[in-house]
Design a binder for this molecule. Sequence first.
Ligand code: NAP
Length: 255
Amino acid sequence: MKKTAIVTGGSRGIGFAIAHQLGLDGCNVVIMATSSEAKNKENLDKLKDDGIDYLYVQGSLGDSKSREELVNKTVDKYGAVHILVNNAGVAPTVRADLLEMSEESFDRVMDINTKGNMFLTQAVAKQMLKQPMEGKKRGTIVNISSCSAVVSSINRGEYCVSKAGISMLTTLYADRLAGDGIFVYEIRPGVIATDMTSGVHEKYDGLIEQGEFPIARWGASEDVANAVSAFCGDKFLYTTGNHIDVDGGFHIRRL
Ligand SMILES: NC(=O)c1ccc[n+]([C@@H]2O[C@H](COP(=O)([O-])OP(=O)(O)OC[C@H]3O[C@@H](n4cnc5c(N)ncnc54)[C@H](OP(=O)(O)O)[C@@H]3O)[C@@H](O)[C@H]2O)c1
């Protein structure tokens, strides 16, 4: 039976690569993003060209009505949700020192990155629980956090806190849902070339040149998508609650 995968923030960047890969793996894909379907035509046409069946749902992960609509529209069209990739995320609009960070920015980043992930996962898990087990698994949830879940950046503290929260909610949902055959994983990307990092390209070019990353190159969205694809297959049936770093070895402590 064809599986259905929801990918938040699947219109561009890492999320689009994930949606594309899961589509190539044989899934129907449901993409959620705040911009219109028309604005993302170029990427969506690539799905069409590859024969991938998709549904585009415009809305914000930070908004409870949008989350509800996302699940309802998915079930209306495809009848089930087998995979959820919580990918959408935002950086602070202003990189401010921790002592200057505003409450508004903290709330915005936490609402989208962490609260959105927490409650969309809750809604999708409830839907998955209505569905039958298929072999040893009922569903897969993959959370895209960041190396920032554990690495300090004092000029975007709210982002780091939001991503650390995703690590804990991965643990919580993995624990809660393991007995029901729903497995939950976390991917911590390092520096990946997307719109999100376009404003700090020079800074990261410099760090790569200085040898900060053992695999000395920018990560590609496809590097993350391939890891998601691996978790969503049937190779990790005795594994849940784990994270994998897709960061060129950046997490390795060195002397
Ligand atoms: N790039 C990196 O180096 C890097 C490293 C570590 C972790 N990450 C994480 O990986 C994920 C994807 O990053 P990216 O680099 O691909 O980011 P990006 O290029 O900025 O793309 C973000 C995606 O999320 C969507 N989005 C933004 N706000 C949303 C909202 N409120 N509701 C629903 N969708 C929303 C965007 O579409 P619209 O604009 O249409 O809403 C877009 O599809 C994020 O969680 C990010 O924190 C990225």
